[in-house]
Design a protein around this ligand. Structure first.
Ligand code: SF4
Ligand code: SF4
Length: 169
């Protein structure tokens, strides 16, 4: 069985630019160690509080990208699983972590992908990500940012072609 089976992004009319121009992928420490540490010479790596943010050097593709798509599709990080939803902010205050996400409007298959990804599943994945990053005892509150703020963020993201992220504590 191909490890890219069931990947709707293989039909992406942008040629899967999310993977081909990897920029600002958010990872837990465990995701970085298990999936990206051994490719670090190809990556620009930043640490923002407890989140590791990786981009490919010189606008290259993700090191897991291959001719048939993502080579680790079944094991890909949570930030890849939720796309074209984007984590906009992670705010940690004492025992609570608030994660705000929104949807990218420039994904050509977004309607199809959203059908495969009920919002409840996305929230569960982001709760898992929040616990992986900040600790299993934290209370994770996930909210979907919509309306003007989401549309404004989409315009900014499309303009600079990367994900925006802020974490505060
Ligand atoms: S999430 Fe959308 S834009 Fe990104 S690779 Fe998939 S179909 Fe293409
Ligand atoms: S891990 Fe896979 S899905 Fe995620 S950016 Fe890399 S190639 Fe794309």
């Amino acid at each position: 069985m191909s490890n890219t089976q069931g990947n709707p992004c293989l039909a992406c009319s942008t040629g899967q630019h999310c993977c081909i121009r990897l920029s600002g992928l958010l990872l837990s420490a465990n995701e970085f160690i298990t999936l990206f540490k051994y490719h670090q010479e190809k990556l620009s790596i930043k640490q923002s509080n407890k989140v590791t943010i990786v981009s490919s050097k010189e606008g290259n593709a993700c090191p897991h990208w291959g001719p048939s798509g993502c080579r680790i599709y079944q094991q890909r990080p949570i930030d890849c699983r939720v796309f074209p939803y984007i984590t906009a902010r992670i705010i940690e205050k004492r025992s609570t972590v608030k994660i705000v996400f929104h949807s990218r409007s420039d994904c050509p298959l977004k309607d199809q992908l959203f059908l495969h990804m009920p919002e409840a599943d996305i929230k569960n994945l982001l709760i898992e990500f929040g616990k992986n990053v900040c600790g299993s005892t934290k209370t994770i509150v996930v909210s979907h940012e919509r309306g003007f703020i989401s549309r404004f963020r989409n315009r900014v993201e499309a303009a600079i072609s990367r994900r925006l992220y802020r974490m505060s504590s």
